[in-house]
Design a protein around this ligand. Structure first.
Ligand SMILES: *[C@@H]1O[C@H](CO)[C@@H](O)[C@H](O)[C@H]1NC(C)=O
Ligand SMILES: *[C@@H]1O[C@H](CO)[C@@H](O)[C@H](O)[C@H]1NC(C)=O
Ligand SMILES: *[C@@H]1O[C@H](CO)[C@@H](O)[C@H](O)[C@H]1NC(C)=O
Length: 363
């Protein structure tokens, strides 16, 4: 047998074994609960399945869009609730250069890479590291050197935790074990504060985004590299406004990265700053979101179209909104954007903190 075919057999055996190993990690559903606040997560894609919170009268609703079975998450193109990586959002031309080496990635979105490639972190089975019922769930995933084209082994972990009353924290980490690599994790939950099954879309929600700038994109949704002020434009949510108040000026809906004002400190660890506040007036529900990351992608589920979800409910365009805190899209190809490179031995850290309240809003 030639050396190359021996190697081939070895690779096949190892990858079969690898698949078996992964298959042996069971997929389960884990609940975190405090009082009438509860969250369900699966280790398939470290996905948030549901978040149940009271409205101003104590009526409980699930405010997260999703599917009724884990199987439906497997062929999903919406990324409902998924933990996105190794690099969330788009990488233009499905390539980047790091330390003089060009890395080619799967072109799974009109010639670009979207959400980590063909099989990103939202489509793998995570290992359950620690589950303290009603308190927290810690999951991990070992991404190997060359996986979806990315350099180096990366040990990733995420902890979902309920803290205090109606607060959910998500802590994401990624340790670059042997090579420098870009890392940009994001939680891709779709929200409708009136309930996932509401007959009202999210255009009547009020939103405030604490970002004075956006990173404008080309037709393919890849950033031009410019940072543009939002003041006076349809992207200006510095003061609370209805999501749909200027939709006619944003054909197709919002799908854009905001440059967060609290994220200006680019040295070392950023502290938590408020990214956004969203309110739904009928239910009185309010969601506040803090993060330590410099950007947040605001997406109004423009691509949703008759997607059959939980309890057979059919989700339509503008049926939910996403606020994905993260670095800026395509940072690997824009030296003027905050770097997403994690050097060998370093650890990427990303925190999201949600605070939910419900009270009567007077007009
Ligand atoms: C997912 O796709 C595979 C292969 O295309 C198919 O066999 C399977 O039935 C699909 N599953 C669901 C839940 O749609
Ligand atoms: C949505 O689900 C909640 C909780 O199951 C239920 O009370 C409510 O009636 C449903 N709303 C619609 C519009 O179906
Ligand atoms: C939305 O889905 C419907 C039914 O599946 C289909 O007829 C329609 O062409 C779709 N619209 C778009 C914009 O994709």
């Amino acid at each position: 047998m030639e050396k190359s075919s021996l190697l081939c057999v070895f690779v096949v055996v190892v990858s079969l074994f690898g698949n078996l190993c992964r298959a042996s990690e069971k997929v389960g559903i884990f609940e975190l609960k405090k009082g009438d606040f509860s969250v369900k997560i699966t280790n398939y894609g470290a996905t948030v399945l549901s978040v149940i919170i009271p409205d101003q009268n104590g009526k409980l609703d699930d405010v997260v869009l999703g599917f009724g079975s884990i199987d439906e998450y497997k062929n999903d193109t919406t990324y409902f609730g998924g933990l996105i990586g190794r690099v969330a959002n788009r990488i233009g031309g499905a390539r980047f250069t790091l330390n003089g080496i060009q890395y080619k990635l799967p072109a799974n979105d009109h010639g670009n890479t979207l959400h980590g490639g063909d099989i990103g972190f939202s489509d793998v089975i995570w290992k359950v590291e620690d589950y303290v019922k009603d308190r927290h769930l810690s999951l991990s995933y070992d991404s190997h050197d060359g996986e979806q084209g990315f350099p180096g082994d990366l040990h990733v972990s995420v902890t979902y935790m309920i803290i205090g009353r109606n607060r959910l924290a998500i802590r994401m980490k990624g340790k670059a074990l042997n090579k420098a690599t870009p890392v940009n994790l994001a939680s891709h939950t779709y929200w409708n504060l009136a309930g996932h099954n509401s007959t009202h879309n999210i255009l009547s929600h009020t939103i405030q985004i604490f970002g004075s700038g956006i990173t404008p994109v080309k037709d393919n949704l890849v950033p031009t590299g410019e940072i543009r002020a939002v003041k006076g434009t349809a992207y200006d949510f510095l003061q609370p406004r209805k999501v749909g108040s200027r939709l006619s000026q944003v054909p197709g809906g919002y799908d854009i990265n905001y440059v967060l004002d609290g994220g200006r400190d680019h040295n070392g660890l950023r502290h938590l700053h408020k990214a956004a506040v969203v309110q739904e007036h009928k239910s009185g529900r309010k969601m506040e979101l803090w993060t330590n990351k410099p950007g947040v992608q605001f997406y109004t589920s423009n691509m949703l179209n008759e997607t059959r979800g939980k309890e057979g409910f059919v989700y339509r365009k503008y049926g939910g909104f996403c606020l994905e805190t993260q670095g800026f899209p395509d940072s690997v190809n824009h030296p003027n954007f905050p770097s997403q490179i994690v050097n060998q031995g370093e650890t990427y850290q990303h925190v999201m903190l949600y605070r939910f309240t419900a009270h009567t809003t007077r007009h």
